[in-house]
Design a protein around this ligand. Structure first.
Ligand code: HEC
Length: 107
């Protein structure tokens, strides 16, 4: 019986979207909208840069995920880049960085 419960728990945890690391589909939409509108106001609607640096795949290719995620969550003190951890979780920030690396759906 205990083994059965353990197996069920493993399956439930493994199958849950939160554990898989990707935000749920509706949240992905929200995040992409935020990326375009809010982040885009400084980084450009097409991520080619503006007040903030360009965030196209080639611009961040050499930069590790952790540094970019930190910039998103904690901001860069002393620059216009503010912290977003009030609205973006760590998993979501990693997911956003993956979207930036894919270059999609930047127009
Ligand atoms: C008010 C303007 C502004 C907004 C809004 C903004 N950023 Fe930034 N961002 C900047 C600036 C300026 C920098 C460069 C900071 C520095 O000099 O290190 C930066 C840096 C970054 C970096 C690090 C880039 C690198 O090459 O190291 C990332 C990643 C980033 N922003 C992502 C985002 C995301 C995602 C959002 C939206 C959730 C966002 N930014 C919103 C201005 C902004």
């Amino acid at each position: 019986m205990l083994r059965f419960i353990a197996v069920v728990m493993v399956v439930v945890v493994w199958a849950s979207p939160a554990f898989a690391g990707d935000p749920a589909a509706p949240r992905q939409k929200e995040l992409l909208y935020l990326l375009e509108q809010d982040c885009g106001s400084c980084h450009g609607l097409t991520r080619k840069g503006g007040l903030g640096p360009a965030l196209l795949p080639r611009d961040i290719a050499e930069k590790p995920d952790e540094g970019l995620v930190d910039a998103i969550l904690l901001g860069r003190p002393g620059t216009p880049m503010g912290p977003w951890n009030f609205e973006i979780s760590e998993e979501e920030a990693f997911w956003l960085v993956r979207q930036l690396r894919n270059g999609k759906p930047a127009k």
